[in-house]
Ligand binder design. Structure first.
Ligand SMILES: *Cc1c(COP(=O)(O)O)cnc(C)c1O
Length: 382
């Protein structure tokens, strides 16, 4: 049974458009170098990992065993405490961040969440959902938490547990908050009851692979952390992963007879395909291949930054970042290249899949754009 001709045409033109737009995709941190053709037969199956990834369910058409391997890989990468970690493959970084805050609230119902003003927009909503108190901390001009401001706020609320929401790569400038600094401010304020969640959605995977500083994993003081799977690893379906210390998480989750497992996750049904994409990428590339992609991205970002600066565009990067930041170009250029823009700044994220040909075309466009805007400014002032 096929589609009607008109619908068939509609579909073909959509596929053409999406494929075309994928060639002009520099502004969002999404890898595009994956090939999951080998997994296509699985699209015929309604896989569902409903419930806890470590507890078998009566819904046997699932990919839990592969999900567990993926979780183990990341628990190892992020130095999770042996035999005291738990996690699951989420629908993305936002869900993992919500989960981290949820666990923190179960531990410290009257805790205050401290997060920087450069934090991902979804976090404010999650804090509202959880009905938590929160304080926004200032950042420096490159997007890193202002620790003096954090210190001051911690001192003012010393009688409350602190829930720190740390950014390991902010959305706009890929700034990283430093757990060492944060822990020292907590100590100075003599706050004993605290919890640190790391939002490593953007930069967590390659930062851990390349052991970039500052460290942010469990060995550096994280109590939970979340990553996105469709960013650096790459997946046709958004996904992510959350890891928490198991003894904390044990406050969550009821046994549910209907699914024959425990309800420890945020959503009920969980995507059974996305863990397999992650599993396949990890196995196919291996740690060596993943590291190589990360190194290539860093080299590409350094080269792009230099070339922009040579053109007279004041581009910059945070240390070891694959995000290159520069003043916003014209609206048409931002639309063409799908450049995220905020407060007068745009960025290109050099994720795997961005290539020289695209960057050359982009640089040509932005040079022309800068020339035109100089002419406009020139003619206005003369
Ligand atoms: C992308 C991102 C998120 C959200 O992750 P999703 O996978 O889109 O849900 C959260 N925080 C940061 C810093 C991000 O870059």
């Amino acid at each position: 049974m096929g589609l009607q001709a008109i619908d068939q045409e509609r579909l073909i033109s959509y596929i053409k458009k999406a494929t075309e737009r994928a060639q002009y995709f520099l502004g969002y941190p999404i890898a595009r170098d994956f090939d999951y053709t080998a997994l296509y037969p699985l699209l015929k199956l309604p896989l569902n990992n409903i419930g806890d990834p470590l507890v078998e369910s009566t819904y046997d058409l699932n990919s839990r065993s592969l999900e567990q391997e993926v979780l183990r890989f990341f628990a190892d990468l992020f130095s999770a405490p042996i035999d005291n970690w738990w996690g699951y493959v989420t629908n993305g970084g936002s869900e993992g961040n919500l989960y981290g805050l949820y666990v923190a609230r179960e531990l410290y119902p009257n805790g205050i969440v401290y997060y920087s003003e450069a934090t991902h927009y979804s976090v404010q909503k999650n804090i509202q959902l959880l009905n938590l108190r929160s304080i926004v901390i200032r950042t420096d001009e490159r997007g890193e938490m202002d620790y003096a401001d954090l210190s001051q706020m911690l001192h003012m609320h010393r009688d409350q547990p602190a829930i720190i929401f740390a950014n390991i790569g902010t959305t706009m400038t890929e700034a990283k908050d430093d757990l060492f600094e944060i822990k020292s401010r907590l100590r100075m304020a003599a706050i004993k009851n605290y919890y640190i969640h790391c939002d490593a959605a953007l930069a967590g995977v390659y930062s851990a692979l390349l052991d970039l500083k500052p460290g942010f994993d469990f060995s550096h003081g994280a109590d939970s952390l979340a990553i996105s799977g469709h960013k650096f690893i790459g997946s046709p379906i958004p996904c992510g992963l959350v890891l928490v210390k198991k003894n904390y998480k044990e406050r969550i989750g009821k046994a549910i007879p209907y699914i024959g497992t425990v309800d420890t996750t945020i959503t009920g049904s969980r995507n059974g395909h996305s863990p397999i994409f992650l599993w396949y990428a990890i196995k196919q590339l291996g740690t060596g291949g993943l590291k190589k992609r990360a190194e290539d991205s860093l080299l590409m970002a350094a080269s792009l930054e230099n070339r922009l600066v040579e053109m007279g565009i004041p581009a910059w990067r945070n240390p070891s970042a694959i995000t290159v930041v520069f003043p916003e170009p014209s609206k048409s250029l931002r639309q063409k290249w799908q450049l995220a823009t905020e407060n007068g700044l745009s960025h290109v994220v050099c994720m795997p899949g961005v290539d020289e040909i695209q960057l050359n075309a982009f640089l040509k466009d932005i040079q022309e754009d800068a020339r035109v805007s100089r002419e406009v400014v020139g003619s206005l002032s003369s």
